[in-house]
Design a protein. Structure first.
Lengths: 555, 385
């Protein structure tokens, strides 16, 4: 599929003048260049959008599409290396933002426009209490007395529905959960009743079940204050349920824009169609009856001992990360292991392949017991058990070339007698993983996230394993890349007869890839069964919440 | 490149993500090696480039010190002779194409108060500066006999551009030759502390557990020593009559013992983080042994930190040497070092009358600046990914 559609995108909205709302932000021809090594990168080119009071517009695109840069241009929050094109015109409530001085801009930020970011931990200052940080904003913009500011801060926390607002005011950011921190950020953004709220991937760093709560909160507050919201996201499910109007961005340009219903009903541009088609779909092929068991765990237990108290009164506490869990995986089967972050699914998975020591239970691989083997004794089995990690940026050594990365396992396991023979294995693995075999002497930093994940998969399959532990291999990737990786994993399973243990929090991907699924919470399995049964008739509340979060955010 | 920061997000379009099944390998550059990338980033830093040029010049000067020094560093002339000034205009006011100077000689008169012999330029005897002249003989690289010098006077007459010290020896020549000892001390100390510190740091950080606990307590102990008093105390252990080479070896040994701990602590921290990173776990999952993981995965990723630490600790040792030399504890004559030369400046009245004996400070200053600037530039450039 290529970008054959090149008709210019009109600057004016498709629903111009049909809803009769007041126009509060009119951005025309936003252009931003970044000076980089060896030239200029045009991050944003001729992006125009309009925002009316009381509506939500969504800027959608994959990473690198320029959506965040566009939003930051509106706030004038770009770094010094950015150059804003002279054609850029941004009019906010009749004021031309590009002509404002730094002082006026500071007044505008927070008063008229506010922004919340993806990572609520790094947006809050860890050394001040939540109350101090909210009061600071109130004081800066409104010159409130300390007592009045505290009272107002409490009101704001109530509005963002944080339980026990009085206690929270005196707490530090690290004492709050991720969702609560994002609520505090929203409270701070609302402190001066802005007209426009820019939400830059507000829920990407949060657990799936918290995501819905935060988005609903933003929606309620928007209605209450009559704000307009610019929602920046890559998640089409969110867009569909929370925005009125969508701008689809790619490579710094708006490719298509339309009312949400119209866009989803009839995408015009090839890229939009491509995005919409990227939702994980399909299902795993049915398993042949009575396959042999490849990996089996019985009552596997992993306990972390935490030390509390001081040197003289130590108080040891056991955190049971994996609480006597059992699991059996058949040949050719894909077993999904799902749960929120902190549910112990990664620990369980890595304990099963002996990357983390288990404190009890038995593990068998292909009939052999492996729970009693140490690292040296495990080595002969390593080539048959492989792992693909979540973060393709951390799982490839930046100082090694692609050839060295993939070849390492071959050298260690004595596969291939000569260097030439090994290179042929490496090439074959790269081709199997859908990468060209000409990249042997390149380094990981030259590749995008999806390409890196393919290289990590090539490293795993080069050893011709029987079983691969897939530890959230798609969650760090863009949607369309995610779909490709799922397709690749399915193809490899078919061709090579692999068994997968697939760890994920995203039930959409699990549905597309797995035969069976186990749902984990607090180190325990709360539900398990064939994937369709569990997803369509969840027995526990927890599973039901996960399912709703994945398929139906607003519910 | 992470996509968390704004810059990162903006840069990504240069490497288009794949659409459908077509693989687009990044457009940017072909096969660029690690060193190329570092060099490209390093060139952007002006201070770093100045530092690099100065360091290169310093090293060349140290290696070919005899060639650059115009006079024999042991030759004694007039004590505390002032620096000679070069001029293109001679005493009668006529222009001379070659720089001319008048050697300082005793005038035969005495100061009426102190009865010190008075000195002044010998106007009858103009000397002309020449390049590649024959002068005192030396052995290049300890083997090749030579007597060619970069500059001097054609007849080998005294040329004291920075004046002379209390025995009448040329300060410029001694400074150039002294760079050898000073830089040698710095390089040996830094090389050995780096090796020891890196090894201890990696062993502690990688093995962890009890080895780490005891290793780091030992490092704590080393770091807790008050460096200077301990150094002075140790310096008294060696007999004053010991040969100067033995003395300098002892100095180097003490400096190494006192200085490896800091780097080992930094390396341990980096190793701790690296040992838990996913590519190391992936290597364990392919069955790699400890040695391979340390050699292929941890060491190369710690090296950038170590290299920067090396360039930044060389000036520290140069400064320490000059300080200890000033106190008389670093280098014994007849060896020459900058610190030893500065020992002459410890009397205030002498310093007031003959300020040029402070000029070794300029050598130290340039060296410290050069290595610091190089280190700063390297620090910004060395992690291009």
């Amino acid at each position: 599929m290529t970008d054959s559609y090149t008709a210019p995108v009109s600057d004016d909205r498709a629903d111009l003048g049909t809803h009769g709302r007041e126009l509060i932000l009119d951005a025309r021809n936003i252009g931003v260049d970044f000076k980089v090594e060896g030239g200029i990168v045009k991050a944003v080119r001729d992006v125009s959008f309009q925002l009316h009071r009381g509506e939500t517009i969504a800027l959608v695109g994959e990473s690198g599409s320029g959506k965040s840069v566009t939003a930051r241009t509106v706030m004038r929050l770009l770094t010094k290396r950015a150059r804003i094109s002279p054609r850029t015109r941004i009019t906010m409530s009749g004021k031309n933002i590009m002509a404002l001085g730094d002082r006026q801009m500071r007044k505008l930020r927070g008063n008229d426009v506010a922004m919340i970011f993806q990572e609520p931990m790094s947006s809050l200052n860890p050394v001040y209490t939540v109350g101090q940080q909210i009061c600071e904003i109130l004081h800066l913009h409104n010159r409130m007395s300390p007592a009045a500011a505290t009272a107002r801060a409490r009101e704001l926390l109530e509005e963002v529905q944080i339980p026990e607002p009085d206690a929270r005011l005196r707490q530090y950011p690290h004492q709050l959960s991720g969702g609560q921190r994002q609520r505090v950020m929203i409270a701070m953004a609302l402190a001066n009743r802005p007209d426009i709220l820019i939400a830059d991937e507000p829920t990407t760093a949060l657990d799936v079940t918290v995501q819905a709560q935060i988005l609903n909160l933003i929606k309620d507050l928007k209605a209450k204050y009559g704000m307009a919201v610019i929602l920046i996201t890559h998640d089409l499910t969110i867009v569909r349920q929370f925005s009125d109007y969508v701008y689809v961005m790619q490579n710094g340009e708006v490719k298509e824009h339309n009312r949400t219903e119209d866009l989803f009903a009839g995408p015009v541009h090839a890229y939009t169609r491509h995005l919409l088609a990227s939702e994980p779909r399909g299902a795993a092929k049915p398993l042949p009856e009575g396959g042999e068991t490849v990996l089996e765990g019985r009552d596997v237990r992993v306990v972390y001992t935490l030390k509390r108290g001081g040197l003289f009164r130590p108080n040891f506490m056991d955190l049971v990360a994996v609480d006597s869990l059992s699991l059996g995986l058949k040949r050719h089967e894909t077993l999904g292991l799902v749960g929120e972050s902190g549910s112990g699914k990664t620990t369980f998975g890595q304990a099963l392949i002996r990357l983390i020591a288990n404190n009890g239970g038995e593990i068998f691989f292909d009939g052999q017991s492996i729970h009693d083997k140490d690292r040296k004794q495990m080595r002969p089995l390593r080539s048959r058990i492989q792992i693909v990690f979540q973060d393709p940026y951390a799982s490839l050594n930046p100082r090694m070339s692609i050839r060295q990365i993939i070849e390492e396992g071959l050298i260690v396991n004595g596969i291939g007698a000569t260097s030439a023979e090994r290179v042929e294995w490496v090439r074959q693995a790269l081709r199997d993983a859908g990468m060209p075999d000409t990249i042997l002497s390149r380094f990981p930093h030259e590749f995008s996230g999806g390409q890196r994940q393919r290289i990590a998969i090539a490293r795993a399959i080069a050893l011709e394993p029987e079983f691969i532990l897939l530890d959230e291999p798609t969650s760090a990737l863009d949607l369309s890349v995610q779909a490709q990786i799922i397709e690749l994993l399915r193809k490899l399973q078919d061709e090579k007869g692999l068994s997968y243990l697939f760890i994920s929090h995203d039930l959409k991907v699990v549905r597309a890839l797995c035969h069976r699924v186990m749902v984990m919470q607090y180190g325990k399995i709360v539900e398990q069964g064939p994937v369709n049964d569990v997803l369509s008739h969840p027995k526990t509340d927890y599973t039901a919440r996960l399912v709703r979060a994945a398929f139906d955010i607003a519910a | 490149m992470t996509s968390v920061d704004l810059e990162g997000k903006a840069v990504v379009p240069a490497k288009p993500e794949t659409i459908a099944d077509e693989i687009v390998v990044s457009r940017h550059s072909g096969d660029e090696s690690y060193l190329n990338l570092v060099w490209r980033r390093f060139r952007r830093s002006v201070a770093g480039m100045i530092g690099l040029v100065l360091v290169a010049m310093l090293l060349i000067m140290a290696v070919f010190a005899d060639f650059f020094a115009p006079l024999d560093p042991k030759l004694t002339l007039l004590p505390y002779g002032p620096p000679t000034t070069l001029s293109f205009v001679d005493a009668d006011g006529t222009f001379s194409f070659r720089p001319v100077y008048y050697p300082i000689v005793e005038t035969g008169e005495f100061d009426p108060i102190t009865f010190q012999p008075l000195t002044g330029p010998d106007l009858q005897n103009p000397k002309y500066l020449s390049f590649f002249v024959r002068g005192w003989s030396y052995k290049l690289f300890w083997v090749i006999d030579s007597d060619i010098h970069l500059f001097g006077t054609a007849d080998g007459g005294p040329l004291n551009l920075l004046g002379t010290d209390k025995f009448g020896r040329d300060i410029l020549s001694r400074g150039i030759i002294g760079s050898r000892i000073t830089l040698t001390i710095a390089l040996i100390v830094v090389a050995l502390t780096t090796i020891i510190g890196t090894l201890v740091g990696i062993i502690c950080g990688y093995l962890g557990g009890r080895v780490d606990a005891w290793g780091q307590r030992f490092v704590d102990l080393m770091l807790a020593f008050p460096e200077l008093p301990l150094y002075l105390a140790l310096a008294t252990l060696i007999p004053v009559t010991a040969p100067s080479h033995l003395y300098i070896a002892f100095v180097i040994g003490v400096l190494i013992v006192l200085r490896w701990a800091q780097l080992s602590r930094e390396v341990r921290g980096k190793t701790l983080a690296l040992a838990r990173i996913e590519y190391v776990r992936a290597a364990i999952a392919t069955g790699a042994g400890d040695f391979r993981i340390v050699a292929r995965h941890i060491l190369p990723n710690v090296m950038s930190h170590v290299i920067v630490s090396v360039t930044l600790s060389i000036p520290a040792i140069v400064l320490l040497e000059s300080f200890l030399g000033f106190l008389g504890f670093a280098v014994k004559p007849p060896l020459i070092s900058w610190g030893l030369m500065l020992q002459d400046t410890n009397t205030f009245s002498v310093l007031g009358s003959y300020p040029w004996i402070l000029s070794p400070v300029v050598f130290v200053l340039i060296t410290v600046f050069a290595f610091n600037a190089l280190g700063d530039g390297l620090r910004d450039a060395i992690d291009p990914y």
